[in-house]
Design a protein around this ligand. Structure first.
Ligand SMILES: Cc1ncc(COP(=O)(O)O)c(C=O)c1O
Length: 452
């Protein structure tokens, strides 16, 4: 069921008209919550739409405006909203209890499914968010290697653990040479020692990475990489780059961590099933919780054993009052059980159609831009140049505000993506929804190139 799309948002978000329910809620929120938001992503200028409900691939806001949801809680809801099997699993678990001091069976079932699905994961441990998973993986790597520094790629986002907040939002003013990026604090509140303990690397530049790792490898506990990094514009790994990372990490005794918090949704065995690389540890989040808060670390038994409390106090201590809570575990299991190899192939075909047609829409409009990504993931970029790394994913000169304008235009057209152009396909979608997205993009680009 669909109601008028977007017109109120044109008034509210574009002209800033007073009195809409979204604007009133945001004004009220600002009195109690800094900037009105508990999550950086929620906010965009002048104020966000507030969700009231979601069903399938639609979200209805507090003004009753329904939009096609191509964001799905930042890619976490691979089945969209109100999936029947997930709802049933949650309700059944709700009847039994929401959380206990004791472990429960759904945790064992979800762990088994993930271990069976991802060959590099011999054991797994659950947490409440991707951020926590990354934190746990880095601590495991440190305990395993008795080293403390880590290496990460410039422009790659891995959540908001201190060490992950280095060099994910570098700018030309502070990023240093391309072949040896500066380590920069991407958030206030980081100790200087944290920034000093992180080596920033240029993605897809094998020679530079080799030079940097040969020089610093002996002090590095971990090399963390997202095989398909949203924040860096979804650069695909260059041929040979992934096996190279595996080999150089091994040669230098560095734990190779794949952060698949987002990229696990691109294939039945995750991004590692597609690109290879045999990571020592993998971090998960988003889709494995079926729409409830989740994170997990899995990997080689020898490293995961550092969490084992059976014989002595574990080398790495971790807890979390809600870690592996049975509601999340039951929802995650119901979500993953529906994701067959055939369904991943269908999502991949839809994703390819959307990216190809979306990129063609930019060319037709004469606006610099393209849609990057893989599988069910896409990112709208404001540059037409091939994207190999973070720096090359940034807007073409003079087009810095293009995506923010397009984001609001797409909201008016009844389509939700993130304000920086992240989007994804969910299983309730088919070609009709993809084509509606492309039409909305075409109209949005027409409007924004006409002076938006
Ligand atoms: C690649 C990646 N790693 C880690 C995280 C952090 O996950 P969470 O937001 O669940 O803490 C995110 C979040 O978007 C992410 O994209």
């Amino acid at each position: 069921m669909q109601v008028t799309i977007g017109k109120q948002v044109r008034q509210a978000a574009v002209t800033g008209a007073l009195g809409t329910a979204n604007e009133r809620l945001h004004a009220e929120a600002c009195r109690y919550i800094p900037g009105g938001t508990s999550r950086l992503h929620y906010y965009y200028h002048p104020y966000p739409i507030y969700a009231r409900s979601g069903q399938g691939c639609y979200v209805t806001d507090v003004e009753g405006v329904e939009r096609l949801d191509f964001l799905n809680n930042m890619t976490a809801l691979i089945h969209g909203h109100g999936n029947a099997a997930i709802k049933q699993a949650i309700v059944e678990q709700l009847e039994r209890g929401t959380a206990f001091s004791e472990p429960s069976e759904p945790e064992v079932r979800l762990a088994k499914l993930l271990v069976e699905r991802v060959p590099a994961v011999e054991q797994i441990r659950f947490a409440n968010s991707g951020t926590e998973a990354v934190m746990m993986a880095i601590k495991l790597a440190r305990a395993y290697t008795s080293r403390s520094k880590i290496a990460k790629f410039e422009g790659f986002y891995h959540g908001y653990y201190d060490y992950a907040q280095v060099s994910y939002a570098s700018t030309p003013a502070d990023w240093g040479p391309a072949e040896a990026p500066a380590s920069t604090a991407s958030s206030g509140g980081l100790a200087d020692s944290v920034v000093d303990d992180v080596l920033a690397l240029p993605y897809n530049d094998q020679d530079a990475v080799e030079r940097l790792l040969e020089a610093h490898g002996h002090e590095l506990a971990a090399l963390i990489v997202d095989p398909l990094s949203n924040r860096a514009g979804f650069p695909l790994p260059a041929p040979g780059f992934v096996p190279f990372l595996r080999e150089i990490a091994r040669r230098n005794g560095i734990v190779l961590i794949y952060d698949e918090v987002i990229s696990f949704r691109i294939g039945y065995h995750g991004a590692q099933g597609k690109y290879g690389g045999e990571p020592d540890l993998t971090t998960f989040g988003k889709i494995i919780g079926g729409g409830l808060p989740v994170g997990a670390v899995g990997g080689r038994g020898e490293i995961m054993a550092l969490l084992d409390p059976r014989e002595r106090a574990p080398a790495v201590a971790s807890g979390g009052t809600y870690s592996a809570n049975p509601l999340t575990m039951a929802a995650g299991l119901a979500a993953l059980e529906q994701l067959t190899p055939e369904e991943f192939e269908r999502l991949e075909r839809l994703g390819r159609r959307l990216r190809e047609r979306g990129t063609a829409a930019f060319a037709a409009a004469g606006v610099p831009g393209q849609l990057t990504g893989d599988g069910s993931l896409f990112r709208i970029l404001s540059t037409a140049e091939p994207v190999a790394d973070y720096r090359r994913s940034l807007p073409a000169p003079g087009h810095e505000g293009q995506m923010a304008r397009l984001h609001l235009r797409l909201l008016e057209e009844g389509v939700i993506v993130s304000r920086d152009g992240l989007g994804c396909i969910s299983t309730p979608m088919g070609e009709a929804e993809v084509d509606r997205f492309v039409s909305a993009l075409e109209r949005g680009l027409g409007a924004s190139s006409a002076g938006g």
